[in-house]
Design a protein around this ligand. Structure first.
Ligand code: NAD
Ligand code: TYD
Length: 332
C-alpha cells in the first residue's frame, strides 16, 4: 500500500510511520509535514534513508502542496497534521481552525477526487468531559477547548464527505498518548525533562483531573487496524483504560526519578480545564485490538527514553520553547 501520512514529523505520526515501515514490508510512505515548532525530522532520522520513505515539506492548508503530495499516487491518506496543544489553542485559536479544519478540508477534497480511503486521526477530547462512565462513538460532540472544537469540526467535515460524496473514510478517536518523541510541552515529557534538568513541575489546579493514558505504540497498532480493517463511514475510539489523576501521574514520575513532593509547584489552573476523559473502545477491540503496554512499565520506559535522549529534547527546550515556557510558567 502507498500511504500518504500528514504530520508525520510529530509525535504520533513519526511513531506510526516507523510502525508501518516495520510491520508492512510492501508499504511505502510519503510524509507531508509543514515542520511547525512541533514537527521534527529528527524523529524519523532512523528511516530517512529507507527507499520506502519519502518526505515532502508542505502545508495541508495549501492546495498546491496537497495536490503535489496526491500526485504521488497514494492508496490512502492518514491525517495526523494538526495543531495539538490545548493551552496554545486557548491563547491563539486561529491556527487551530486553519490547520485542523481547513487543512482537513483540503485533504478531503483531494481524497474525494482520487477516490481513496481517508483515515482521520481525531481525539477523545471532541466528546468533552465525563464525570463517570465512558463515551461511545455515538456520544454527542461537546468540545470545550478551541483545540477540541477544531478537531470536532474536522470530524464533522469527514462525516459530511462520507454522506455527501460517498468518500471511504474512517475516524479514530484516541485518549492521551505518551511515549518517545513527544514534544515537551505535553505533561509527561514536560515533567520528566524538567526533573532531569533539576527544575520543578508545574501542576495545574489541585491535580485531580483525570486522563486515560495510552502508550503510543498501542495507539499505532489501533490506527493501523482501523486503516486496513475499519468499516467505511465508521468511528473507532481507542483507549487503554489506564486512568490516573494528574497528581497520581506526577507522583509516579517523581518516584521513578527519585524526586520528592518539593519538586511540585502548584500553578493556576487551565481555563475551561476538562475534568476527565474516558472512551469505550469495545468497537475497535471487536476488530481484534487490545492495548499491550501496562502503564507503569510504559511510563518507566518513557522516562528512560528521555534520560537517554537528552540530545533530542535539550535543543528543543533551550530554543523557541524557552520563551513560550517562561511566558507561561515563569522561572519554574
Ligand atoms: P504533534 O503536535 O506532535 O505533531 C503535529 C505534526 O503536524 C507536526 O509534525 C507538525 O509539523 C505537523 N503540522 C502542523 N500543522 C501542519 C500543517 N498546516 N501542514 C502540515 N503539517 C502540519 O501532534 P501529535 O501529538 O503527534 O498528534 C497527532 C494527531 O493525533 C493530531 O491530529 C492530534 O489531534 C491527534 N491526537 C493526539 C493525541 C495525543 O495525546 N498527542 C491524542 C489523541 C489524538
Ligand atoms: P496535556 O499533556 O496538555 O494534554 P491534554 O490537555 O490534551 O489532556 O495535559 C494533560 C493533563 O495535565 C491535563 O489535565 C493538564 C495537565 N497539565 C498540568 O497539570 N501541567 C502542565 O504543565 C501541563 C502541560 C498539563
Amino acid at each position: 500500500m502507498r500511504l500518504l501520512v500528514t504530520g508525520g514529523c510529530g509525535f504520533i505520526g513519526s511513531n506510526f510511520i516507523r510502525h508501518v515501515l516495520e510491520e508492512h514490508p510492501e508499504d511505502e510512505v510519503l510524509n507531508l509535514d509543514k515542520l511547525t515548532y512541533a514537527g521534527n525530522p529528527a524523529n524519523l532520522a532512523d528511516v530517512e534513508d529507507s527507499p520506502r520513505y519519502l518526505f515532502h515539506k508542505g502545508d495541508v492548508c495549501e492546495a498546491d502542496d496537497v495536490a503535489m503530495a496526491f500526485s504521488w499516487g497514494p492508496d490512502a491518506v492518514v491525517n495526523f497534521a494538526a495543531e495539538t496543544h490545548v493551552d496554545r489553542s486557548i491563547s491563539g485559536p486561529e491556527t487551530f481552525v486553519r490547520t485542523d479544519v481547513l487543512g482537513t478540508c483540503r485533504l478531503l477534497e483531494q481524497a474525494r477526487e482520487k477516490g481513496i480511503r481517508f483515515l482521520q486521526i481525531s481525539t477523545d477530547e471532541v466528546y468533552g468531559s465525563i464525570r463517570e462512565g465512558s463515551f461511545t462513538e455515538k456520544s454527542p460532540l461537546q468540545p470545550n477547548s478551541p483545540y477540541a472544537a477544531s478537531k470536532a469540526g474536522a470530524d464533522l467535515l469527514v462525516r459530511s464527505y462520507t454522506r455527501t460524496y460517498g468518500l471511504d473514510a474512517v475516524i479514530v478517536r484516541s485518549s492521551n498518548n505518551y511515549g518517545p518523541f513527544q514534544y515537551p510541552e505535553k505533561v509527561i515529557p514536560l515533567f520528566v525533562t524538567n526533573l532531569l534538568e533539576g527544575r520543578k513541575v508545574p501542576l495545574y489546579g489541585d491535580g485531580s483531573n483525570v486522563r486515560d493514558w495510552l502508550y503510543v505504540g498501542d495507539n499505532c497498532r489501533g490506527i493501523d487496524l482501523a486503516l486496513r480493517s475499519g468499516l467505511s463511514g465508521e468511528i473507532y475510539n481507542i483507549g487503554a483504560g489506564q486512568e490516573k489523576t494528574n497528581l497520581e501521574l506526577t507522583r509516579a514520575i517523581l518516584d521513578i526519578l527519585g524526586a520528592g513532593e518539593e519538586s511540585v509547584e502548584r500553578v493556576r489552573d487551565r481555563l475551561g480545564h476538562d475534568f476527565r476523559y474516558s472512551v469505550d473502545s469495545t468497537k475497535l477491540r471487536e476488530l481484534g485490538w487490545s492495548p499491550r503496554r501496562d502503564f507503569e512499565d510504559g511510563l518507566r520506559e518513557t522516562v528512560q527514553w528521555y534520560r537517554e535522549n537528552a540530545a533530542w529534547w535539550e535543543p528543543i527546550k533551550s530554543g523557541e520553547f524557552r520563551r513560550y515556557y517562561m511566558e507561561k510558567y515563569g522561572d519554574i
